[in-house]
Design a protein around this ligand. Structure first.
Ligand code: MGD
Ligand code: MGD
Ligand code: SF4
Ligand code: MO
Length: 763
């Protein structure tokens, strides 16, 4: 860089590739000044504090990515698309969705998505569109990973917890590889700090020797899908060896006797053998955990997308609860959310198949069944926003069939995705760098943060921010009373206080209008916000909600006064902080008081799950000779990021997303790294290149997630051969948790066959 020429300014924003949303700064360049060319971690960001991994350096593949959508698209009868103007698109969508609502009720209009890893404002605005349509059912990716954990957590604790790895002395990772998948602030710094400190220990449960497992003191290399046995044995050892925190149990919990009775029956040696881990190592891990002063734990997809997932979420909670690792620094905590992403409540079931709906989210694995039926309550129309369910949900073939059979499918996205290609209307959104955006994955403690990112460049002609799209839809649906908007605008002209009063009286106190508050705020307040931040208008309502629920946390962060005053101050501070702010400050002493059960005690005994635990069987392993391998379909690697990057060239290595396989299995098939094999499951078959590695267990094979995106020109039934294979062409909807319907993507029965390779014919 020439020091005499003017360097472009560093613009604060956030990385959008995983749920950490690290604060980063970006310099723009290129001929049109619209390329993202230089990146660095933003030291002013309260959670990431200057940290970033290697992936954001590739963000130009998102901003200037292939398949970008610039104009609204309408499907023609022959399946091709034509460009239409916004007024036509909004008018026709409103007509078609109103027709569905008037004929079959608003409940038949399903909403999916609302945000990816870093863009959660669209979901907040979509709430108004859903209200205007009377739409009742919705879902998102959370209902194929986290709903089991949410449900168990709600029943045991009446709330949701996270853990403080920065200050723990023992870190426990269960089916989680944070070196590559992150999910905790400054993941690699924290992992390295634990690894190099002789007084701190790390325990990893994973069938693969991952990079995280290599850093660990104890790697429990569990046989795929047997974590329930492993955890039951570990818990039984904790009880047997008197490593339980009795005083914690007496003071804060109920139901220990029932848990102890279940654990007393666990044949520790047999269970360890079933899980493929030596009893000595399981007991050693139990002792490290039992003697820890501060244990922090994290379970993720390795167990949440696997057999017994909900049971494992339960047993995992027992590990840190029986050892009293809750509510003190370096252990588990209850964060103060600005907006909770979902709760674990089960209030109703899905209308067609009667599946449990947790936190308002229909299990992803039943969505196709809720559509492909002649049941009168089936979903007949769908809005998909910032999600790619035709690629990301189990059994893509069936999902495509379901999406195609809808009366109306509307997709709001920045790109022409696999899902968009099936839509009746595709609406182009401004990218996350062209509008104000934010994440609601704010899960830190004792200081929690929020980051409203200003746009770093203007949107081109065509795409609109979601707030504007939803405001137009709600207006076109005739749900907004122009007189109300005028009255609020008049109050606004008299000043902030008059506006706040009018808003509380005329919007928030009337249930029929309160649901439209996001677009009302956007229309009335948006024009007065600093340039580019208008999409942040809804945050005033969220700040108000938070001020009502958590006044002390806000006050300690400096947002004092009555709820409207505190909310006003917080809102102003958010608008004025392009690198994010601390909005809540908490105290470890208060964590236990956040237990939300009726009597304030933690419920250790969940009878239905104790029953399943008692029934765990250790009989001979049933293996299907047709499918002798276990395929984990969707591993996180250095160059995976769900489907946010559509151009496979973003990957510096592993361009085709190799299938990882143990050397013995490779030898049996006569293949070496780079050779191809045919991979077949009950649902599909594909030819894929292998990477032979001793980090796998024999019999276990693993594919990355987010690969195999279809070319725009190519039929959706054929993946792009140069970009790896789409994992969900191989998965089935029936492979799911019996309680909450989460998929078993990490445990897909599969077989491999040699195909002709350059390195020689198969033997
Ligand atoms: N680089 C990158 N990072 C990401 C993402 C990304 O796409 N790319 N996506 C983000 C998202 S959306 C999420 S949800 C998280 C997910 O983050 P993780 O859950 O950490 O990611 P995975 O690699 O899918 O699965 C974790 C581990 O589960 C292991 N596993 C497989 N079978 C079993 C089993 O039977 N038992 C146990 N104990 N483990 C098993 C796998 O070997 C793998 O190492 O990552 C986030 N971060
Ligand atoms: N087999 C298998 N399947 C899996 C997984 C697995 O491990 N194995 N992992 C699962 C997990 S954990 C997750 S979280 C899901 C992720 O799957 P999805 O929730 O479907 O999310 P993404 O694939 O990230 O797609 C995000 C979409 O948002 C669009 N987008 C980006 N920015 C914007 C914006 O500003 N506005 C709008 N409107 N759109 C935008 C992108 O173009 C992209 O189409 O995949 C799941 N699917
Ligand atoms: S950890 Fe996640 S959010 Fe942070 S820079 Fe890496 S991919 Fe982006
Ligand atoms: Mo996820």
């Amino acid at each position: 860089m020439n020091h005499h020429s003017q360097t472009p300014p560093w613009k604060p924003t956030a990385c959008i590739l995983c749920e950490c949303n690290c604060g980063i700064e970006i310099q723009l360049g290129g001929e049109d000044g619209r390329r993202l060319i230089r990146f660095r971690g933003d030291r002013k960001h309260p959670a990431s504090r200057g940290y970033a991994c290697e992936k954001p350096h590739r963000l130009d593949y998102y901003q200037n990515g292939r398949d970008r959508l610039l104009q609204p698209q309408r499907r023609r009868a022959d399946g091709t698309f034509e460009t239409i103007d916004w007024d036509t698109a909004i008018r026709e969508i409103a007509v078609r969705l109103s027709r569905v609502r008037d004929s079959f009720g608003g409940e038949s209009i399903f909403y999916y998505g609302g945000g990816g890893q870093g863009n959660h404002l669209p979901g907040a605005y979509a709430a108004a569109t859903r209200r205007a349509l009377g739409s009742r059912y919705r879902s998102s990716a959370l209902a194929q990973e986290k709903t089991g954990e949410f449900w168990v957590s709600e029943r045991m604790l009446g709330t949701y917890t996270r853990a403080d790895f920065e200050h723990c002395d023992v870190a426990f990772f269960l089916g989680k590889n944070p070196w590559f998948s992150h999910s905790i602030p400054q993941a690699r710094v924290t992992l390295k700090n634990i690894a190099k400190d002789p007084d701190r220990k790390m325990i990893v449960v994973d069938p693969r020797r991952t990079k995280t497992a290599e850093l660990a003191d104890i790697h429990l290399q569990v046989r795929p899908g047997t974590d329930a046995w492993l955890l039951a044995a570990m818990l039984a050892a904790l009880v047997e060896e008197n490593l339980i925190d009795q005083s914690f149990l007496t003071a804060h919990t109920t139901g220990y006797e029932d848990v102890r009775d279940m654990l007393a029956r666990v044949p520790i040696a047999t269970y360890c053998e079933h899980a493929g881990v030596s009893e000595a190592l399981v007991r050693e891990a139990a002792r490290v955990i039992g003697r820890a002063e501060r244990l922090a734990t994290f379970e993720d997809l390795g167990v949440q997308m696997n057999r017994h997932s909900t049971l494992v979420s339960y047993l995992h909670r027992l590990v840190w609860l029986l050892t009293g690792n809750f509510g003190k620094k370096g252990t588990q905590f209850v964060p103060t959310p600005l907006l909770p992403i979902a709760d674990g409540k089960h209030k109703r079931d899905s209308p067609v198949v009667g599946a449990r709906i947790i936190g308002g989210l229909v299990p992803c694995n039943v969505i196709a069944d809720e559509i492909l039926t002649d049941h009168e309550k089936r979903y007949r129309a769908m809005i998909v926003e910032s999600a790619n369910p035709a690629h990301s949900l189990a059994d893509s073939k069936r999902m495509r069939e379901a999406l195609k059979s809808l009366d109306t499918l509307v997709v709001i996205d920045v790109a022409m995705t696999e899902t968009a290609q099936l839509a009746d209307y595709v609406l182009p959104a401004a990218t996350q760098f062209e509008k104000a955006e934010a994440t609601f994955f704010n899960l830190e403690f004792p200081e929690n943060y929020f980051h409203l990112r200003p746009p770093i460049l203007p949107a081109p002609e065509g795409p609109l921010p979601e707030a504007e799209i939803h405001a137009r839809l709600v207006e076109e649906l005739g749900a907004l009373d122009p007189a109300l908007i005028e009255a609020l605008q008049a109050a606004g002209a008299k000043g902030k206080e008059a506006f706040a009063m009018a808003f509380l009286e005329r919007v928030m106190s009337q249930p029929e209008v309160a649901g439209l508050a996001p677009v009302i705020l956007y229309r009335v307040l948006g024009p007065f916000l600093p340039t580019g931040l208008d999409q942040g208008a809804v945050l005033l309502a969220l700040a108000f909600r938070c001020a009502l629920k958590q006044p002390r946390s806000l006050a300690r962060a400096g947002f004092t006064g009555t709820p409207p005053e505190a909310a006003g101050k917080l809102f102003e501070a958010i608008l004025a902080s392009p690198s994010g702010i601390v909005f809540a400050v908490d105290d470890w002493d208060e964590v236990l008081a956040r237990v939300g059960t009726a009597d304030g005690k933690i419920r250790l005994a969940l009878p239905d799950l104790l029953e399943v635990a008692k029934g765990l069987c250790t009989g001979p392993r049933l293996s299907n000779p047709a499918f002798p391998f276990v395929l984990s379909a969707g591993e996180r690697r250095s160059f995976t990021a769900n489907t946010i990057f559509r151009d496979p060239n973003w990957r510096k290595k592993d361009a085709d997303g190799a299938l990882r396989i143990h050397p013995h299995d490779a030898a049996d098939l006569g293949v070496a790294s780079g050779d191809s094999v045919r991979l077949t499951t009950a649902r599909g078959s594909a030819v894929v290149a292998v990477e032979v590695t001793g980090t796998m267990l024999p019999g276990h094979i693993s594919l990355p997630n987010g690969t195999g995106l279809a070319n725009r020109e190519v039929d959706t039934d054929q993946g792009d051969p140069s970009g790896g294979i789409a994992p969900n062409e191989l998965t089935s909807v029936e492979m799911r948790d019996p309680f909450v319907g989460t998929p078993w993507h990490k445990h897909v029965p599969a077989r491999l066959e040699a195909v002709c390779n350059q390195s020689g014919p198969p033997s």
